[in-house]
Design a protein around this ligand. Structure first.
Ligand code: HSE
Length: 309
């Protein structure tokens, strides 16, 4: 086998209350990476499509190459590979774009090398790439993109990643307004410290969300989508945020929050019944403020990244 292609799905990180510790994967879209063996050692990014010519080809800046290099460093041998990246996700969207590229690259190259690592063991390499892409090696996009489902990062030191139960019928609508927000910019508006009061509120909601997932209690999931740590600051970067939130909840969403670092917003619902009303309600708000929006909806992806045979 001298070439392998892999797909990695988009993800919603944080899920409101779980800043840097919760995320889930969605079915709607993702990135594809092909790696090909080459004789000379070293990684070469040969082609990138779907990015409007904006992503770097230099191996030390490209998230695919950075992730693969981290894996090769761990293995202790250098292998030559060509990298072909097909972006299916918009950049700076909050849908885990850099994570999907890194994860697809790792799953493809791991297969090319005869699978020296189990899937979960690829996670630290993807986190190295996240650090290069946005300045923070957070795992709440790469972990669900790799493993699928709803994922909790219980701890980073050492890494402790736990897959959570996904209730049947939990559905996600993504609203992607037509502008970009860099994760690094969206992180720079956050505060370094959190009050005791906010810490209590936030922990209650994380616990409530996890209990809601396991008990398949959709109302509990909805009322636990509350974030007092990041959302109040990030909402200032996202026009119409509170209006959209009010509108989609009135249209039947269980709750709504910022997908990752934004500007995409995610709304959860029980089943698909209310999806069109949620999209229409959001569209009306975006129309009123003159902002274009793309809407996607999807069940929760429970499979994660995989090799395209
Ligand atoms: N947890 C990260 C953040 C996710 O909120 O900055 C970025 O997609």
């Amino acid at each position: 086998m001298n070439s392998v292609r892999a797909f990695a799905p988009a993800t919603v990180a944080n899920v409101s209350c779980g800043f840097d510790i919760l995320g889930f994967a969605i079915d709607a879209m993702g990135d594809v990476v092909e790696v090909r063996e080459k004789k000379e050692p070293g990684l070469q990014v040969v082609s990138i499509t779907g990015d409007g010519g904006r992503l770097p080809f230099e191996a030390e800046k490209n998230t695919c190459a950075v992730a693969i290099q981290a894996m090769l460093d761990e293995l202790g041998h250098q292998v030559g590979m060509e990298i072909y990246l097909e972006k299916g996700l918009p950049l700076g969207s909050g849908m885990g774009s850099s994570a999907a590229s890194a994860v697809a690259a790792l799953v493809a190259s791991n297969r090319l090398l005869g699978e020296p690592f189990e899937k979960k063991q690829l996670l630290p390499f993807a986190m190295v790439a996240e650090k290069v892409a946005c300045g923070a090696g957070h795992a709440d996009n790469v972990a669900p993109s790799l493993l699928g489902g709803f994922v909790l990062i219980r701890d980073y030191h050492p890494l402790d990643v736990i897959k959570l139960h996904v209730p049947e019928g939990l559905h996600c609508t993504l609203l992607h307004p037509h502008f970009e927000l860099k994760t690094s910019d969206s992180r720079s508006v956050l505060r370094d410290s959190v009050s005791l009061k906010h810490s209590t509120i936030q922990s209650g909601n994380v616990a409530g969300l996890i209990a809601g997932l396991f008990q398949e209690d959709f109302e509990l999931i909805g009322r636990s989508l509350r974030d007092v740590i990041a959302e109040p600051y990030r909402a200032t970067l996202i026009p119409g945020f509170y209006e959209v939130k009010e509108a989609v909840k009135a249209a039947g969403a269980l709750g709504m929050g910022i997908s990752g670092s934004g500007p995409t917003l995610f709304a959860l619902s029980k089943g698909e019944k209310t999806v069109q009303s949620i999209i229409d309600a959001a569209q009306q708000v975006y129309d009123s403020i003159g902002l274009g929006v793309d809407a996607y909806h999807s069940a929760i992806n429970t499979k994660g990244a995989f090799v395209l045979e």
